[in-house]
Design a binder for this molecule. Structure first.
Ligand SMILES: O=C(O)c1ccccc1N[C@@H]1O[C@H](COP(=O)(O)O)[C@@H](O)[C@H]1O
Length: 190
């Protein structure tokens, strides 16, 4: 299944545009001042109130403390966190432990302690990890990540694609892991 994320929202006009386009996800670049799309968590909290409920908000962070990543999810500022720096497997493990949803022990029949029937996947698919792809090895390493989804990207919002020929014949691997192809996406790209 193909899903779309529109990233870099910072103004109410961006929210209005996303509400019209209705991608599955939209992204906010949080506390990364080098980006002209940079916003604070407080701005996201406010912008989110105007977001259509069908669009899932994603917080994009770069090498921020793990406690901040957990706070953004636990306080419901965003529903998904996209780790776009040098965060490693240890970081992802620590983040999972800090998540409130992680405390909601699932019973054997897959229900939470609150008696609701949410599926495990809905609750846990909230950690994405971005990888800068320069070689086949970069791609293969990305596919072994314990993140719930991986972002295959050229860099930090450069607006440019990486060499997609690296993914040639990778069909089977790409069926085993949720991934996003990022960087320089154009509506008419084939
Ligand atoms: O968009 C940014 O400014 C940005 C800054 C720091 C880290 C990630 C950033 N964006 C993410 O990068 C990819 C590709 O974006 P683009 O197509 O190159 O603009 C995307 O996932 C954004 O979320």
């Amino acid at each position: 299944m193909t899903v779309i994320k529109i990233c870099g929202l910072s103004r109410e006009a961006d929210i209005a545009a996303v509400n019209e386009a209705k991608p599955e996800y939209c992204g906010f670049i949080i506390d990364f001042p080098k980006s002209y799309r940079n916003v604070t968590a407080e701005q996201v909290r406010k912008l989110r109130t105007g977001l259509d409920a069908s669009v899932v908000p994603v917080g994009v962070i770069v090498d921020r403390p793990v406690e901040q990543a957990a706070m953004l999810l636990n306080e419901g500022i965003v529903d998904v966190i996209q780790l776009h720096g040098r965060e490693d497997e240890n970081y992802i493990r620590r983040l999972r432990k800090l998540l409130k949803c992680g405390e909601e022990a699932f019973t054997d029949d897959g229900e939470t302690g609150h008696g609701d029937t949410r599926q495990t996947t809905e609750i846990k698919d909230c950690i994405w990890k971005a990888f800068k792809i320069r070689s086949r090895k970069d791609f293969e390493d990305a596919m072994t990540s314990s993140a719930d989804a991986v972002i295959l990207d050229n860099g930090y919002g450069t607006g440019e694609t990486f060499d997609w020929s690296i993914l040639e014949d990778a069909g089977v691997m790409m069926q085993e892991k949720k991934f996003f192809l990022a960087g320089g996406q154009k509506s008419r790209r084939k």
